[in-house]
Design a protein around this ligand. Structure first.
Ligand code: SAM
Length: 276
């Protein structure tokens, strides 16, 4: 059992603790947007968390966490759940979504493309897989879950400019912007050293939670929650967009990295916490 500890950094609250218990203590209908990437149950080597539960236990646990998320979320809130399967466990994300059908409407299903080849040119970082059976996995899922499926999204804020500008007047668009669609190419930022990888095996790029916040139409002063904060990537996106972030993470070392990253983003300094 980990002792919870919390800190306020600017507009944000970072909590070292188990989200299963922390979320139960949070007030209902207080969060605008949830952006999170839980453990995928694929045996990823986190520092303390063992990412290999029996499948039913994993699904029960995730269902329980997501039920708390639903209670905490406002009725017009958005829950962006990033998850992936593997070649040997391709069904897992879909098994989870089938459980979550009882709780949420799947309003949008976005494919996060981490690398892509267009013609002969590859964009993004390509991690080779040497398999006689499987092709490389270059994508993950972002499930956009809402309570009733009727949340208005800011398609154009999250959109892209027209390539053919003649479309603007021809189709009477008010601005040079069209919907991006449901495939988002967001490569990892290039890192020059191991230190920049934050000693965490499964982060997402800051541009991913930023895109989710844009699609939701999140406004400054709104509240973002990440129950599986890791090294705080979604809280940095919240800081950049003027939202207050609440992040929960059970591993002290990851919380300390999140604290450092967030302090750098808002411009303050302080000492590390110790395990207790
Ligand atoms: C996929 S990572 C999240 C990474 C994050 N998106 C980032 O960019 O840093 C999942 C995180 O959940 C944490 N975790 C696992 N079980 C948890 C729990 N019960 N409560 C809070 N955090 C937990 C793990 O330690 C891990 O850092």
């Amino acid at each position: 059992m980990i002792r919870s500890r919390r800190e306020t950094l600017g507009a944000h609250t970072l909590i070292r603790g188990d989200c299963t218990t922390v979320l139960r203590r949070m007030s209902s209908q207080t969060v605008d947007v949830v952006v999170t990437s839980p453990p995928y149950n694929l045996g990823i080597e986190y520092r303390t968390y063992q990412d290999q539960l029996p499948e039913d236990a994993y699904l029960d646990w995730m269902e329980d966490v997501c039920a708390s998320v639903k209670r905490i979320m406002k009725d017009d809130g958005s829950f962006f759940l990033n998850i992936a399967g593997s070649s040997s466990q391709p069904w897992l994300p879909f098994e989870l979504m089938s459980r979550l059908r009882k709780l949420f409407v799947l309003q949008n299903h976005i494919t996060w493309i981490k690398s892509i080849s267009v013609g002969e040119i590859t964009y993004g970082h390509f991690k080779p897989l040497n398999s006689p059976r499987f092709v490389n996995r270059n994508h993950e899922h972002i499930f956009h879950l809402t309570k009733k499926g009727d949340v208005k999204v800011a398609r154009l804020d999250a959109g892209v400019p027209f390539t053919d500008k003649s479309n603007i007047s021809r189709r009477q668009h008010e601005m040079d912007r069209r919907c991006r669609g449901d495939t988002w190419f967001i490569p990892y930022e290039t890192v020059r050293s191991r230190k920049e990888k934050f000693s965490h095996p499964g982060t997402f790029p800051i541009a991913l939670p930023e895109a989710c916040l844009r699609l939701h139409g999140a406004k400054p002063g709104g509240v973002l929650l990440d129950p599986f904060m890791g090294v705080g990537t979604s809280l940095i996106a919240a800081e950049r967009k003027g939202l207050s972030g609440i992040g929960v993470e059970k591993d002290t070392r990851y919380v300390n990295i999140a604290r450092k990253r967030l302090r750098a983003a808002i411009g303050t300094r302080e000492e590390d916490w110790e395990d207790e």
